[in-house]
Design a protein around this ligand. Structure first.
Ligand SMILES: Cc1cc2nc3c(=O)[nH]c(=O)nc-3n(C[C@H](O)[C@H](O)[C@H](O)COP(=O)(O)O)c2cc1C
Length: 319
């Protein structure tokens, strides 16, 4: 049986499985389904709402919707490169009673103290030992150590989950949550064996009934093979996504030494919306982790959590 870890105690959840924040697609229904199954669901402020001007109302609505669907804890993700120093969205989460926040893609020094003063637990995403120890010094409650198998924005350090977790666990005293390439009970058991106190998964939760992602995108994840993803934008902001016409064009231009400014002109923000909400997975930016090849079915988010918990005993018994 999966024992309760420090992450379970910290967050008041049954199983140490977190559904990662995912810009545009981590919606209330998904978060509530994960929380109802005993994990921790996370809402992204712009879930289903590409217009950042409407994000405040959207966040409030998403939190209220999730609250109507579950009485279990859930959290909100704030990508720091998007919110900057502005605390208006954070204040909405606090007023609405959210007690867990994940942050990433920026300095944890910016908002951690403020969040903790308001009784909010802070989990910060890191991708190196240096960033993990820095986050610990900033006072975060736990770090989410994310290897570059993961979908979405990646660190230029490009450390794999396997080597990252082991070293971060040795370097910090706060709990470590493993992320990147974890899609099933095997990855979950391996992460715990490396010393993590829990896991965060993104890609696996996209291919679920509750996720607001477009059906074409979910189907593309199910159809993906082991080599279906690629990192592009290494000189801008590295992003792992499904290989398609867009990533081909960007890779060709990168190979030809095209200046980053010209690449930026191709990578408009609307491309993620095009792929992830409108289903243009050929020309859009379909963020996706390297673990997609392990996902062979669209299932309910609760079943993702339950199958990991069920599979864990069999795996451990077989070791
Ligand atoms: C489509 C997509 C969007 C993401 N957006 C965010 C985000 O807005 N904020 C964030 O902290 N992490 C984001 N992530 C990272 C996830 O929260 C999670 O850490 C990651 O997906 C774990 O790796 P996996 O995809 O291999 O499971 C995103 C991941 C994906 C796949």
């Amino acid at each position: 049986m999966v024992k309760k870890t420090k992450v379970c105690e910290l967050l008041g959840i049954e199983y140490p499985i977190i559904q990662g924040g995912m810009g545009l697609i981590a919606n209330a229904e998904l978060a509530a389904a994960v929380s109802n199954a005993g994990g921790l669901g996370i809402i992204s402020p712009n879930a289903g709402e590409p217009d950042w001007g409407k994000v405040a109302d959207n966040l409030r609505n998403q939190i209220r919707k999730a609250r109507s669907l579950t009485d279990k804890p859930f959290g909100v993700n704030f990508p720091i490169h998007q919110i900057g120093e502005d605390r208006s969205l954070i204040d909405i989460a606090i007023v609405e009673g959210v007690r867990v926040v994940t942050t990433g893609a920026g300095s944890p020094a910016l908002h951690t103290h403020y969040l903790k003063e308001h009784g909010v637990k802070v989990l910060h995403v890191v991708a190196s030992v240096r960033h993990a120890t820095g986050a610990e010094k900033s006072g975060v409650d736990a770090v989410i150590a994310e290897g570059y198998e993961s979908g979405g924005i990646n660190s230029p350090d490009e450390l794999t989950t396997f080597v990252l977790i082991t070293q971060v666990v040795d370097a910090v005293r706060i709990p470590v949550i493993a992320a990147g390439g974890i899609c099933d009970a095997r990855g979950f058991a391996a992460a715990l064996a490396l010393g993590a106190e829990g896991v965060q998964m993104g890609t696996r939760f996209i291919a679920t009934h509750e996720c607001i992602a477009h059906q074409n995108y979910k189907k593309a994840i199910v159809a993906a093979s082991d080599t279906a993803t690629v990192i592009t934008g290494r000189r801008l902001m590295p992003i792992r996504g499904l290989k398609n016409e867009l990533t081909k064009e960007v890779q060709e231009k990168e190979g030809a030494g095209t200046p980053p400014q010209e690449l930026l002109a191709i990578l408009s923000p609307g491309l993620t919306e095009a792929a992830m909400l409108r289903g243009d997975i050929v020309h859009g930016q379909a963020m996706c982790g390297a673990g997609a090849g392990m996902i062979d079915k669209i299932v309910s988010a609760g079943d993702v959590v339950r199958s990991i918990i069920k599979g864990y005993d069999r795996i451990v018994a077989g070791l």
